[in-house]
Write a protein that binds this ligand. Structure first.
Ligand SMILES: [Zn+2]
Length: 145
């Protein structure tokens, strides 16, 4: 059982980045999908670098289940307030055919390994400089044994 605090009402790290439910709780990340080539980018861009200018980019809800492609552990204080040590990495989202950069959080955060299965999580960014800001990361899933 978890006692998850409400994240409704927090300011998004970037406008339009989060999909919210009727209560304002985040349920997913909104990427952009190019209508020309189908590439998915996160955060969404206004235009696709692979297609002619003006090719529409549509909202695309990311799946939230991924695998760590690369990770690094940082042992200095974080500008976003994450206590050291903490990790960042690239996560492959197979269902979306894309790779995104994100903090790797949760109990195993600093010990995350390439190939670990991770799931999208949301939290209030701990930085005192930007209070009340909604952020995202990926946490290692429970043991799959
Ligand atoms: Zn494109």
């Amino acid at each position: 059982m978890t006692d998850k605090p409400s994240l409704a009402g927090l300011a998004p790290l970037r406008p339009g980045m989060f999909r919210l439910d009727a209560n304002g709780e985040p349920t997913g990340l909104v990427a952009g999908r190019c209508s020309g080539c189908g590439r998915v980018t996160f955060p969404a861009r206004a235009g696709c670098p692979h297609c002619p200018p003006g090719t529409p980019v549509e909202d695309h809800l990311l799946s939230g289940d991924g695998v760590v492609y690369a990770a690094t552990t940082i042992r200095l204080p974080s500008a976003l307030g994450h206590p050291a040590p903490y990790s960042y990495g690239y996560v492959d989202l197979a269902a979306d055919d894309t790779r995104i950069f994100a903090p790797l959080v949760g109990e195993k955060g600093p010990a995350v390994s390439v190939g670990d299965a991770v799931r999208l999580v949301f939290f209030e960014i701990p930085a005192k400089a930007i209070p009340g800001t909604l952020g995202y990361g990926f946490a290692v899933q429970e043991s799959r044994s």
